[in-house]
Ligand binder design. Structure first.
Ligand code: NAD
Length: 309
């Protein structure tokens, strides 16, 4: 521990940060913003080529970044990357458990894989990150774990059943961990993005939209929910992380909706919840071929449409 005089969490100059899902969208933007603020960034993603491009762009702009291949479903690989980072850099300030996928569609149409695929990445991927980093952060006496959940972790999100299930789980786990970790000097925050303009909105590389859902129609619905750009999200997120906020909801207007759900869930269900349900049902209806538009949907059981692998 060479810099014993400065042996505490760095914010963010000279900090060491691992960002999972760092090849695309929010993860790539967090990587850029961390590097702009002087951090050394490790972009860990299944999409190594894309992560490498993001790292090159960061380095070309004067930052410090590298890309590593990681499937967050692999606990051993995750542990190895955290161990190697600490061995090489002497510390780990930040772990962003950000990799995530979505599988759209109604729960009645889900196959077991539509649950398992999402649970394995969105929940177990975060658990693997915590298992790998938390003990080491306790040992070094500092660190900040930031888990990307979603407003779908605070609100029920119709037509995204497995996604909203895992995001609620990530919020719950992060809240418990924040309380436990404080006495060891380790911070825990939860990012709850509203809608951010990234590939996940149309299924992403490893997720998928629901059966028969047309990407352009889905995108129109997301536009109605006022998406923000990933770089804008990352700037606001790092400001809040620097302040060690627990639950970070961006953009801020979603806070009002989360508050309504938390304090008057009946009113939420009748108003915003019903509205979200109508919007999603409308996307399903408009996407369906004319022959399916009026058909009773109850017998469908073939599962969500695969857009990725
Ligand atoms: P994205 O599709 O642009 O990025 C997701 C990244 O995760 C991709 O680079 C992908 O390769 C990577 N990834 C997927 N599975 C992986 C795995 N098994 N191992 C390693 N990497 C994997 O989407 P995004 O919007 O940037 O999503 C980032 C996070 O933000 C996700 O957790 C997502 O659920 C969350 N989120 C996004 C929004 C939004 O509107 N975009 C809203 C709320 C929450």
């Amino acid at each position: 521990m060479s810099d014993a005089g400065n042996w505490s969490l760095r914010s963010f100059q000279e900090a060491v940060a691992i960002v999972t899902g760092g090849a695309s969208g929010i993860g790539a933007a967090l990587g850029r913003e961390l590097a702009r603020r002087g951090a050394r960034v490790i972009l860990a993603d299944r999409q190594l080529e894309l992560a490498t491009e993001v790292a090159h762009a960061i380095n070309a702009a004067g930052g410090k970044a590298e890309a590593v291949e990681l499937d967050v479903r692999d606990a051993i690989a995750f542990d190895a990357i955290v161990a190697l980072t600490i061995e090489r850099q002497g510390r780990l300030d930040y772990l962003f458990n950000n990799a995530g996928i979505g599988v759209g569609g109604e729960i009645r149409e889900y196959r077991l894989d539509d649950w398992r695929d999402v649970v394995d990445v969105n929940l177990m991927g975060v658990v693997h990150g915590v298992q790998a980093a938390y003990g080491r952060m306790i040992a070094q006496g500092f660190g900040h774990i930031i888990n990307t959940a979603s407003v779908a972790g605070l609100l029920p999100s119709p037509f995204m059943g497995s996604y909203t299930t895992t995001k609620h789980a990530v919020v719950g786990m992060s809240r418990a961990l924040r309380l436990e970790a404080a006495r060891y000097g380790v911070r825990v925050s939860t990012l709850c993005p509203g809608v951010v303009r990234t590939p996940i909105l149309t299924g992403g590389r490893f997720g998928r939209l629901g059966q028969h859902i047309d990407a352009s129609i889905a995108l129109k619905m997301w536009e109605d929910l006022r998406p923000i750009e990933p770089d804008d999200f990352a700037r606001r997120a790092l400001r809040a992380i620097g302040q060690n906020r627990g639950i970070i909801i961006i953009p801020g207007w979603w806070r009002l909706i989360c508050w309504l759900q938390g304090t008057a869930s009946g009113l939420f269900e009748k108003s915003v919840g019903a509205g979200l349900n109508r919007m999603a049902a409308q996307v399903m209806k408009q996407s369906a071929p004319p022959s399916r538009r009026t058909a009773a949907p109850a017998t469908q059981s073939t599962g969500a449409h695969r857009a990725g692998s």
